[in-house]
Design a protein around this ligand. Sequence first.
Ligand code: B12
Ligand code: SF4
Length: 431
Amino acid sequence: MKILLINPPYSTDCCAYDTGPYVHSPVPSFGLGYIASFLISKGYNDLKWLECPIYNLNIKDVVDEVKKNNYNFIGITSTSHTYPNALELAKEIKKVSPDSFIVFGGVHVSFDYNNTLKNDFVDAVAIGEGEITTYELIKAIEKKQDLSAVKGIAYRQKGKIIVNESRPQLENLDELPFPARNLLPKNILKKSGASLLTSRGCPFNCIFCSSGKFWNRRVRYRSSQNVIKELKEVIKYCDPKQFEFVDDTFTLDKKRTMEICDMIKKENIKLSWSCNSRVDTIDEEMAKKLKWAGCKEIFFGVESVSQEVLNNSKKGITLEQIKNAIKFCKKQGLYVTLSFVLGLPGESKKTIKDLIEFIKKTEADEILVNPLIPLIGTELYTSPEKYNIKFEKGNWKDYVVFIVDTPQLSKEELKESYMDIIAAILLKEKK
Ligand code: B12
Ligand code: SF4
């Protein structure tokens, strides 16, 4: 079985407002990395992992690769932002390799498998966690078995879309092999820094985010020992300048976070690192510990400086917690990045003015602002009428710009306000 796993090219009009460093950063898809290593551990060694953003490949380059090598099984991941390119890619691949089995997976299609399967060049969609599903799917294809026994997929049979029983989540994440970084070029990983995921899932219900729902509102942690083992392997493999814990909230479980910090120190790992946090999961003791263990930068999704907007968005944090988190982290000398979403329910000229005032005064080092995008799988996407917002569903290519009209502000007004906020950020950076 010849296997190709693809992270498609980013859309060229991605990052329309340069909303942050993420859209174009060549961070590989961990999802594919985990699937690759899992398949290899089961003996499927004839496998290629193609990261278009990393190798700067376009659709034609990938089609050429497929023409050269006759792949039997092609897996394509996507976020909402890369979904249009993923479809285009699959369409072109099917033209030159009609017998290959094409399966889609990842957060976007897990919520949109019905529409995805309307395209006859997509043979199946993996819903939710993908390692065991992909392995079982490949085995079934090899044995020319009926796909009805493969949990966690949707597929087409005689023109009908069949949705199989859902895939139970793995109970012990430590059992998974580490992402197959050895299939990627060392120099790129070294330069972009190493990313590690120490847990899966988020227990919160923010109405603009799909993470909670995607992972069934359940958090599974890897053991600290397992995390440190991976970290040491990454360091040995590519000697990165720094690393990053990309968990939704690295600081969710205080005892475990502190334990990982202790182990970083104990193992004498001297690299600097960064992590994502929530302002209600950090206190002075934790901030001190993070800094002690080499943490340089901490990233908080703060979303708004209006308590009403935070409450409307079910973020579950208070202005007091925001203030304290910044204070604790700055006291320890951490570089603090705050991220905001513009256009959440309750956003008004007044809340935007308050944000600009906040930016002028805050001790935080960096401010990122993103337009509100009702991502598929979120409450805002499924029930926009409940929040009185209007947007056109399904235009995924536009999913990087202001597309939402709110009761108080139109998308044009939000865009104007965004420019005012960016001006305030730039002015502060100059000082
Ligand atoms: C690390 C990360 C990044 C990294 C790497 C992205 C990547 N391609 O993985 C970087 C920094 C580049 C990034 C950028 C962005 N990200 Co991001 N990111 C994440 C994060 C925190 C972790 C992803 C991850 O590694 N998960 C762990 C792995 C194991 O899970 P997974 O990727 O879902 O894969 C599993 C299954 O989905 C499935 N699967 C996945 N792919 C495939 C493919 C096949 C063939 C099969 C069978 C199965 C399968 O199996 C995998 C293993 O179990 C997630 C949140 C989250 N917790 O998942 C957000 C997330 C994916 N990002 C998101 C967003 C919005 C963005 C940005 C738009 C942010 C921005 N404004 O710039 C950009 C867009 C980048 C792009 N052009 O696609 C959203 C996507 C929502 C959506 N509907 O698409 C998420 C879900 C966060 C959120 N809750 O809103 N991100
Ligand atoms: S924004 Fe953060 S805390 Fe809220 S649901 Fe998403 S990952 Fe969880």
